[in-house]
Design a protein around this ligand. Structure first.
Ligand SMILES: Nc1ncnc2c1ncn2[C@@H]1O[C@H](COP(=O)(O)OP(=O)(O)OP(=O)(O)O)[C@@H](O)[C@H]1O
Ligand SMILES: [Mg+2]
Length: 261
């Protein structure tokens, strides 16, 4: 599905912010990238999507999606891939939406931009997607402005949009960090469910090792742009190699005497 092969990313002439980074994610799998702020997590996703900000660039290695290098795609090829084959779930989907237009208008426009559907067909599809993420009263959600929805509802809208074209690969950057704990749990359940149904592959970025442990098959721990641990979920939880990961594990709060991971 997606294979990142030993990439190095630099901004201008600064030292690399990501070094020798590799990742393999197969159909139906979730790979979590865990690490503190500034460790390079978002950089990985932006490199995959071909939109590193400023003068950021991949200086070494390759990124293969279904065997094809993403590094050599042109604008038009990217346009065809984004949204339909590869899509993103952001930290705060509300912030990505236009505050002055209804959710429905934006959803319909998004669907039409990526397909040949008519306005009515796109509307039907929007409603269908909104109910598939268990949003109550999709009709009302469509008419609402983003600020009229709760953070959790907006995040469900974001997930519904990201899944609209059954993408093969989902990139989720801190998808639950902007939410309160209860809503986080609901959204996590939603994503797990949805992922099972669609059989998509997913890269989950989080600073929360407990979340990574709960959701993912593989975990990669990043520190200062370098991989300090990488392996199956159980391996990382039971036999972490680096002292850094051990500290992260020790910091996960125990719930009622039992550790949460
Ligand atoms: N446009 C840019 N120009 C120069 N350096 C940048 C740019 N964007 C990010 N960086 C640097 O790249 C490094 C990794 O940043 P990145 O955003 O990938 O971290 P992160 O792990 O996602 O952090 P957070 O958890 O805070 O989101 C940081 O040192 C950051 O300063
Ligand atoms: Mg980030």
């Amino acid at each position: 599905m997606l294979e990142i092969k030993k990439i190095t990313v630099r901004y201008g002439e600064n030292p690399p912010v990501l070094e020798d980074f590799s990742l393999l994610v197969r159909r139906g799998e979730i790979v979590a990238i865990v690490g503190e702020s500034g460790s390079g997590k978002t950089t990985v996703i932006r490199a995959v999507l071909g939109n590193l900000p400023g003068d950021g660039r991949v200086t070494k290695g390759d990124i293969l999606f279904e065997g094809r290098s993403l590094l050599s795609l042109n604008r038009e090829e990217w346009r065809r891939l984004r949204g339909t084959q590869i899509s993103m779930i952001f930290q705060d989907s509300g912030a990505m939406m236009n505050p002055t237009r209804s959710v429905g208008a934006q959803f319909v426009e998004y669907i039409r931009a990526h397909s040949g559907l008519t306005k009515n067909e796109a509307r039907e599809k929007s409603l269908e997607m909104l109910s598939s993420v268990r949003l109550p009263d999709p009709e009302r959600v469509m008419k609402s402005y983003p600020f009229e929805l709760s953070g959790g509802m907006r995040q469900r809208v974001g997930i519904a949009m990201a899944l609209a074209f059954r993408p093969k690969l989902l990139l989720a950057d801190e998808p639950t960090s902007a939410l309160d704990v209860t809503t986080q749990a609901q959204i996590v359940r939603q994503m797990t469910l949805q992922k099972k149904e669609s059989d998509a592959a997913m890269i989950l970025i989080t600073h929360n090792l407990a979340l990574a442990a709960y959701m993912s098959d593989h975990i990669i721990v990043l520190k200062d742009g370098k991989v300090v641990d990488s392996g199956s979920r159980d391996h990382i939880l039971r036999r972490p190699e680096s002292g850094y990961t051990k500290n992260l594990l020790a910091a996960v709060p125990a719930v009622k005497g039992a550790r949460y991971v």
